[in-house]
Design a protein around this ligand. Structure first.
Ligand SMILES: *Cc1c(COP(=O)(O)O)cnc(C)c1O
Length: 430
């Protein structure tokens, strides 16, 4: 099936018990065993089925299968938020004393996780000077266990060369882990270009309505965890926390998600609630339609901003002079994402004046909502960073990040125009 169809039908046939057409919300903590032997088989991971909703749940299973199909992967695991997904995805393949090499253009909280929390746990994160495969390669050493990037950086808007990064990671027998939140599987499927693991904040475009937090990890099923067993002992040596199970032997290609579920989700419990899953599934049904409109509106708005003398610069990969334009042509089918940044005159205070004058466009830290949203990263998402760290992440004091919604484009433009006028009545006209 094609993406539009998977988004509506993937992972679900009418419920065998009731023939319900909408995915039922299995609001249950536990599942009855037929017998002691049945319970034992489930606990031994020998029988398929459900035990306890911290580990798996039938409503979540539908979303997991739908996302795996949408991304062209083997399996998926859904968790409570995008951050939980990133945390689990990387904990699942590394250990204290090891490191990850990451591009520097990252979502603010991911940067916090990488720069502060992982190192406190003994897991190093090496930030490349930029997103080029050469800069990443320079930092790979014998303790590196993964290469990490955002397919389209939030808020930097850079498009990573997934195919070359995957090729590079594989040269060192390492997996490439990609956060595909900004691009969505509608615009880009990183697995098609060699990525091994894809993570998402479902909170954004996939949920699509700013109502529900969620995250997912999709495994391509292609990475050979057993090839260099010494690099990934967690998949190749008996797991003492699971009566000596060897994941790669027991699960084969499905080892990665099986371990993520049975070790991290089971023991630390960042569970996606089935009611949230239901809302996210509703969002996923329309993601292809919405992304099309988001992208169309963003193009019009980027052109409006570029042509307006009150705006100093616009960072939009759809423009032919953008450094990522040729990668956008290759990976996003010539379309640029609906997340763009721009700078008004007047630095930090100019940006605040503009931000405060917005009416229709909401001031908040979220993106991928049906509504148009604006964020001033320097005062919010990226304020914990130093000025240098902000710059490499693609943030300057005057940067406004716009997540273009699906309203009528002229209404969004009218609002931006009004806010620009209000700004220049404060900082003076160009
Ligand atoms: C929002 C976001 C996250 C974090 O997701 P949450 O669901 O808010 O935890 C991670 N990566 C990117 C690119 C994001 O935009």
């Amino acid at each position: 099936m094609r993406k539009e169809t998977i988004a509506v039908h993937g992972g679900y046939k009418p419920d065998p018990h009731t023939h319900a057409v909408a995915v039922p919300i299995y609001q249950t903590v536990a599942y009855a065993f037929d017998s002691a032997e049945h319970g034992a088989a489930l606990f031994n991971l020998e029988a398929e089925g459900y035990r306890y909703s911290r580990i798996s749940n039938p409503t979540n299973a539908v979303l997991e299968e739908r996302l795996a199909e949408l991304e062209g992967g083997l399996q998926a695991l859904c968790v409570a938020s995008g951050q939980a997904a990133i945390h689990y995805a990387l904990l699942n393949l590394t250990q204290p004393g090891r490191n990850i090499v990451s591009v520097p253009q990252l979502y603010g909280t991911t940067h916090t996780l990488f720069a502060h929390l992982f190192p406190a746990m003994g897991i190093g994160v090496h930030f490349a000077a930029n997103d080029s495969p050469d800069a990443v390669e320079r930092l790979i050493d014998e303790n590196t266990r993964a290469v990490y990037c955002e397919s389209v950086g939030n808020p930097a808007g850079n498009v990573c060369d997934i195919e070359r990064l995957a090729h590079l990671a594989h040269k060192y027998d390492l997996p490439l882990v990609v956060d595909n939140t900004v691009a969505t599987p509608i615009l880009l499927r990183p697995i098609d270009y060699g990525a091994d693991i894809v993570v998402h904040s479902l909170t954004k475009f996939l949920g699509g309505h700013g109502t529900t937090l969620g995250g997912s990890i999709v495994d391509s099923g292609n990475f050979p965890w057993a090839k260099r067993a010494e690099l990934f002992p967690m998949f190749n040596e008996p797991d003492a926390s699971y009566h000596g199970l060897i994941y790669s032997a027991h699960f084969g290609r499905a080892a990665y998600i099986a371990r993520c579920r049975s070790v991290f989700l089971r023991a630390t419990g960042a569970v996606l609630a089935p009611l949230s899953t239901f809302l996210l599934l509703l969002g996923v049904e329309t993601v292809a339609l919405r992304v099309e409109r988001h992208v169309e509106n963003a193009k019009r708005i980027a052109e409006f901003l570029r042509d307006d003398p009150r705006v100093e610069w616009v960072n939009y990969a759809g423009f032919t002079d953008h450094p990522s334009h040729s990668l956008a042509l290759k990976y996003l089918g010539g379309r640029a994402c609906s997340l763009l940044t721009f700078g008004v005159r007047g630095g930090f205070s100019g940006a605040c004046a503009f931000y405060n004058a917005l009416g229709l466009v909401q001031r908040l830290v979220n993106m991928g909502d049906a509504k148009s949203l604006a964020c001033h990263p320097a005062s919010t998402t990226h304020r914990q960073m130093s000025a240098d760290e902000q710059r490499t992440a693609g943030v300057t004091p005057e940067t406004i990040r716009l997540s273009v919604g699906i309203e009528h484009v002229d209404d969004i433009i009218d609002d931006l125009d009004r806010a620009l006028n209000a700004t220049y009545s404060i900082v003076g006209s160009p």
